[in-house]
Design a protein around this ligand. Structure first.
Ligand code: ADP
Ligand code: MG
Ligand code: ZN
Length: 476
C-alpha cells in the first residue's frame, strides 16, 4: 500500500472560439501581425467602456450545461488587480464571488474504472497579452492580440487521485469543448491550458496536505510527467519530516522537473472588486432551457451508443468518440459498408497511428470514410489480402487515390488462382526437401516457413487461406 494518497485539482483555461473578443469588437484570429487585433478597449485606454460579447456567454452556458452545472441567474464581473506588462489595464476582468455556473460533474474512466469528478465552478474572463523576450536584440516586446480573447475557467474539485486520472479528466473536458465547437482545444497553441494543484496526505487521513500549483503544462504528456515528478518530490520531503511550501511551480520540459516560481498569491493580493464598468450579468432561464435542448450528443453518450449499437469494446468506442470528427468518420465508413467491428479496428489501429505519426487531425487527411470502407470490403471479397490492404491503406492515406485504382495500378490483386498457387507450392516444397522432412517428423511450426516463402515470392499477394489449404494437403 502507498504511504501517501495523491490529491489533485485542476484549473483549466479554455479559449472560446468567438469571432470577436469578449469586451470589444476586435478579431480573435490567431497568427496576425503583432498588435493588429487591438483597439482602445483592449489596449486599456482611459475613458473607454467594455461591452460584453453575447456569443461568449452563450458558449460559456453551453459548457456549463454539458457538465451539468447549475447556472447562476446572476453573475458578476470583477477586477483582478495585478501588474504585468501584458495586462494594459492593470487588472483582468474575471468573475470571482459570483461565477457563471457551479456544482457540475464529469465522468472519466481509467483502465475501464469509472469515476465522477466534481466541477466546482465555471467562470468567464478575458485573456492577457503575450510578452515576447527576444534574445537577438535583448529586448522585450508586448503583443496585445490575445488581450481580451474570451476564456472559460473551469475549476475541478480536488477529486482527482492520480496523474492518469488527471489526464483522463482533461481529455474528457477537451472532448466536450470540441463536441460543442466552442474551443479548438489546441494545447500547444495555448487555447486549452491547465494549471495543476497537487498535494499528498498520509493514506487514511481525511485532511488535505499543503498543495503546490504547477503551471506551464502544454500537453497531456507534460501534465502526466509533471505530476509524477511532483508526487516523488513531495513524498521525499514528507518522508524527511519537512513541510511542503504552498507555492507556484513551473514545469521545466527539458529537465522533466518542476521548480519554484513564486510563493502562492492569496485572493486578497488581487484586491478583487466588482467591475463598476459592467452591470451584473442576468441570465434569462428561457435562454438556458433553449440551449439545453439544443445541446448535441456529447462524447459520453456517443460512446455508450457506439458500444450498444455497433457492439464495440469500450476502449475502442472511447478512442472513436474522443474527437467528433473521428466519430463522424467512423459512422460514415460504417454507412458505406456495414462492418463496424472491422472498420473500428482499422481506425483505432492503423488510422490512429498515422495521425500520431503525421500530427494531422482527422479533418485534414486525404483518406475519405468510403475509401476505408472500400479497402475493408476488398479484403472481405478476397480481392486483396489483409497484408496488401495495409499497403493500399498507406497509399490512399498519403495520396488520396481511390483504393481500387491503387490496387489496379500497382497490380496488387490477390492471387486466388488455385493452379497458379499449386505450382508455386510445389516449387517451394521441392526447393526445401529438408524442411519438408522435418515437418513430416513433427516440426509443425515449419508451416509458417512454407507460407512465408510463398508470400515472399508473391510479394504478399497469395490468398493465405488457399495457400494454407494447399500446403496442408501436400504435406500430409
Ligand atoms: P486558487 O484559485 O487560489 O488557486 P482554489 O481554491 O480556487 O485556489 O483552488 C484551485 C484548485 O486547487 C481547485 O481545482 C481545487 O480543487 C484544488 N485544490 C485545493 N486544495 C487542494 C489541495 N490541498 N490539494 C490539491 N488540490 C487542491
Ligand atoms: Mg489557482
Ligand atoms: Zn479591442
Amino acid at each position: 500500500m502507498n504511504r501517501y494518497e495523491t490529491v489533485i485539482g485542476l484549473e483549466v483555461h479554455a479559449q472560446l472560439k468567438t469571432k470577436s473578443k469578449i469586451f470589444c469588437g476586435c478579431s480573435t484570429m490567431f497568427g496576425q501581425g503583432p498588435n493588429e487585433n487591438t483597439c482602445p478597449v483592449c489596449c486599456g485606454m482611459p475613458g473607454v467602456l467594455p461591452v460584453l460579447n453575447q456569443k461568449a456567454v452563450e458558449f460559456g452556458l453551453k459548457m456549463a450545461l454539458a457538465v451539468e452545472c447549475r447556472v447562476n441567474d446572476r453573475s458578476v464581473f470583477a477586477r483582478k488587480n495585478y501588474f504585468y506588462p501584458d495586462l494594459p489595464k492593470g487588472y483582468q476582468i474575471s468573475q470571482y464571488e459570483e461565477p457563471l455556473a457551479e456544482h457540475g460533474k464529469i465522468r472519466i474512466a481509467v483502465d475501464s474504472l469509472e469515476k465522477v469528478i466534481g466541477i466546482t465552478r465555471i467562470h468567464m474572463e478575458e485573456d492577457a497579452g503575450k510578452s515576447i523576450h527576444s534574445s537577438t536584440d535583448n529586448m522585450s516586446y508586448v503583443d496585445l492580440n490575445r488581450t481580451g480573447v474570451p476564456l472559460l475557467e473551469i475549476v475541478s474539485e480536488p477529486d482527482i487521485r492520480s496523474p492518469a486520472e488527471a489526464v483522463a479528466y482533461l481529455k474528457s473536458l477537451r472532448g466536450i469543448l470540441l463536441y460543442l465547437e466552442i474551443c479548438d482545444g489546441n494545447m500547444e497553441e495555448g487555447s486549452f491550458r491547465c494549471d495543476a494543484n497537487i498535494s499528498l496526505r498520509p493514506t487514511g487521513r481525511e485532511e488535505f496536505g499543503t498543495r503546490a500549483e504547477i503551471k506551464n503544462l502544454n500537453s497531456f504528456r507534460h501534465v502526466q510527467k509533471a505530476l509524477e515528478y511532483e508526487i516523488m518530490r513531495q513524498a521525499e520531503l514528507l518522508d524527511d519530516g519537512e513541510a511542503i511550501v504552498q507555492e507556484t511551480r513551473l514545469y521545466d520540459v527539458d529537465k522533466g522537473m518542476t521548480r519554484s516560481m513564486r510563493g502562492k498569491e492569496e485572493a486578497h493580493d488581487y484586491r478583487y472588486f466588482p467591475d463598476p464598468d459592467l452591470t451584473p450579468l442576468i441570465i434569462d432561464p428561457d435562454w438556458v432551457e433553449e440551449l439545453k435542448k439544443a445541446l448535441p450528443e456529447l462524447p459520453g453518450a456517443r460512446m455508450q451508443r457506439f458500444i450498444t449499437q455497433y457492439n464495440l469494446p469500450e476502449p475502442d468506442a472511447a478512442v472513436l468518440t474522443s474527437e467528433k470528427e473521428l466519430a463522424n468518420f467512423f459512422e460514415a465508413s460504417v454507412k458505406a459498408y456495414n462492418q463496424p467491428r472491422k472498420i473500428s479496428n482499422w481506425i483505432v489501429g492503423d488510422l490512429m497511428s498515422k495521425l500520431n505519426d503525421t500530427g494531422q487531425r482527422v479533418a485534414e487527411i486525404s483518406l475519405k470514410p468510403d475509401q476505408l470502407s472500400c479497402i475493408v470490403r476488398m479484403v472481405d471479397e478476397g480481392t486483396i489480402s489483409g497484408k496488401i490492404a495495409k499497403t493500399v491503406f498507406s497509399e490512399v492515406f498519403e495520396t488520396g487515390t481511390e483504393p481500387e485504382k491503387v490496387v489496379k495500378d500497382k497490380g496488387l490483386v490477390q492471387i486466388s488462382d488455385s493452379s497458379a498457387l499449386e505450382t508455386m507450392v510445389d516449387q517451394v516444397l521441392e526447393a526445401h526437401p529438408q524442411e519438408v522432412q522435418r515437418f513430416k517428423d513433427g516440426q509443425k511450426k515449419l508451416m509458417g516457413f512454407f507460407v512465408g516463402q510463398i508470400m515472399k515470392q508473391t510479394k504478399g499477394q497469395a490468398n493465405p487461406a488457399m495457400v494454407n489449404e494447399l500446403l496442408n494437403r501436400k504435406l500430409q
